[in-house]
Design a protein around this ligand. Sequence first.
Ligand code: URA
Ligand code: CA
Length: 436
Amino acid sequence: MRAYDLILKKRNGMELSSAEIEFMISKYTEGLVADYQMAAFCMAVYFQGMNPRETADLTLAMANSGKKYDLSGISGTIIDKHSTGGVGDTTTLIVAPLVASCGVPVAKMSGRGLGHTGGTIDKLESIPGFTCELEQNAFIDQVNAIKISIISQSEIIAPADRLLYALRDVTATVDSIPLIASSIMSKKIAAGGDGFVLDVKTGSGAFMPKREQAIRLAKTMVSIGREAGKPTVALITDMEQPLGYTIGNALEVREAIQTLAGEGAWDLTELCLRIGAEMLVLAGHSQTDAEAYQLLQEKLKSKAGLFKLRELISSQGGNPNVIDDLSILPQAQYQTFVKSERSGYIKKIDALKIGKLVMQLGAGRQKKDSTIDLSVGIELKQKAGAYIQQDQVLAVVHSNQPLSTEYADVLDCFTFSQSPPRYQPLIWQKITQEDV
Ligand code: URA
Ligand code: CA
């Protein structure tokens, strides 16, 4: 087999066999297929696409390119959740303890933030003492003992994807649905889950702003799950405005604690209950979404989820008192209250702009190895749909430098209308294996 022939075959729109796809990926990982050949291959896939079988083969080849976590030592079915990346998306910090409080194991590997979207690991590290670096055995033991652990995704997972992603990034081949879907699912599969709940964001702050694109991506990932024998469902969810009230690492931990105490924003709470319900059903713990949803609501009410978060924090070296004393979290030096210059309905809060601003305040990475400021961020005081009077506070900016141009930039994220804006659903649709 030669890489040249496989590039040609895909360029001409033909279907590749499992063995051919496996050849491209394994030889590339070994350094025996050159970057320029793989770049040409990605461009051929970009234009010719891949059918569901090819996409699943590509995913499995990448998942098999490095270490695969064996979680068979954990009793119970492990359902992982994944979000395609949002702004202020604190769901993992809420859903994971809620689901674990039902007795369903949550063995989660998460990533750090990059660009305008945050990452769960950075957020957790704003809790003093908390560590996300656990050996595989310690990880498994902790899940068996308390039903939950969240660790940082190992570098040895799906090395083919890491190489490929860096290549796609510089060859204009990132935004190809089979390449994105296989990239995401290869890492999930290598991380050892038995099934997956995918939160595919759509809207201005999302990786796939257009809804049709998000649906296509979701269907492709659900189909990969089916081909791989891992039950998978996807929710298409709104990312027009940031989720919840806060954007920024320590601020989002604070919000997660408040949400688990039953005092969360409506949208964040609802999304967590819906994702958690899908996890409980896939895990076989609940028969129906409605039954699972109700159970999770009870866990919110009884604060069982909050108690579970405390256990998670103390098991991974963090200061559990943070649950009752939010001042333990890093605090920014300055708080600037941003006031509305007009009255009217908030029509839109631009998630992408807010995400970028929070990154500029220091909360996010411009590059993979940038250091970040865990204390800074933006706290929204209002969400889309609210009626605002002139001079009412729209947002509070938490920064470690006095604001100069940022004040106007925050105002710029809000658009207003004189009549109530059209209601945007939080969850557009659910995609199951029957839909693909
Ligand atoms: N996220 C990933 O992990 N891979 C992609 O290709 C795009 C987004
Ligand atoms: Ca198991």
